[in-house]
Write a protein that binds this ligand. Structure first.
Ligand code: BTN
Length: 258
């Protein structure tokens, strides 16, 4: 318990905290720890990752001073329910970031990126294991560009940005983890009490380009339509001239001039 916020008692009770100097990927570390037994829901943070990974098989560059952390736990959840935790994580991440920057600068891009002034400031990656009706474990990996954005820009549509850019706040990664863990525990409480519908409402309130025309690229097609909502399963619902499409996996792009 080393940071100010942790020492002030913000760290949620019953959630474990592990801070590593370096690891390959906190996702890999989470899988190893899940296989060998977890004392309880555990946040694993690393100051350095040598093999960070992103969504859809991409690499994730972890610049010094940024947050790289994974929550690994055993929610009583089917694979579909576990997958919907990405929206819960996105809402928690939004709230943790909004402690440091004006919330009007933040928005959520389906399925689970956080944008600041239209650039990507944070991403979320889910991995799980299990063969029964419920997942054995779920790992939610979160990368936040606190100090600096990676220079290697792959997705020019959403250039990476950092909280500290242009004289922005310099936020310590361990301190941020405490705020994130606190926000996540709050959202889990909401899920328990009110169900996914409430998380979905909160996510939609922060959604970028809701009601506007966007483009979804799946591996096989490009679908353009009005972003109507997300459904109860977390699918992106796009209204197209051929009817409304429910999209479960895609990269989303915005159209200029809107
Ligand atoms: C994305 O592609 O947007 C998701 C990025 C997720 C990166 C985080 S950093 C902490 C955790 N460890 C990893 O290797 N990846 C996730």
């Amino acid at each position: 318990m080393s940071t100010d916020a942790t020492a002030r008692g913000l760290w949620p009770e019953g959630w474990e905290r592990v801070v590593l100097d370096t690891t390959d990927s906190t996702m890999a570390e989470a899988a190893r720890r899940a296989a060998s037994g977890l004392a309880g829901p555990t946040w694993i943070m690393a100051h350095e990752q040598t093999a960070g990974r992103g969504r859809r098989g991409r690499d994730w560059a972890s610049e010094a001073g940024n947050l790289a952390a994974t929550l690994v736990y055993r929610p009583e959840a089917t694979p579909a329910e576990a997958a919907r935790r990405s929206f819960l994580a996105a809402v928690a991440l939004f709230e943790a970031l909004a402690i440091h920057v004006d919330r009007t600068r933040l928005s959520l891009k389906w399925p689970n990126d956080v944008l600041m002034d239209g650039g990507k400031v944070a991403g979320i990656l889910l991995e799980s294991a299990g063969q029964g009706p419920f997942v054995d474990w779920l790992a939610i990996g979160i990368g936040v560009n606190l100090a600096s954005a990676p220079g290697d820009v792959r997705d020019a549509a959403f250039p990476p940005v950092a909280l500290a850019d242009d004289g922005g706040p310099k936020v310590d990664a361990e301190e941020f983890l405490t705020h994130l863990a606190d926000a996540f525990a709050t959202q889990e409480g909401k899920l328990d009490a009110f169900g996914f519908g409430r998380i979905r409402e909160d996510w939609l309130r922060h959604a970028a380009r809701l009601g506007e025309v966007i483009v979804a690229r799946t591996g096989t097609e490009e679908i353009t339509g009005v972003f109507e909502t997300i459904d109860e399963a977390g699918n992106l619902m796009l209204r197209t001239p051929q009817g409304t499409r429910a999209i479960s996996a895609a990269d989303v792009f915005f159209q200029e001039g809107q």
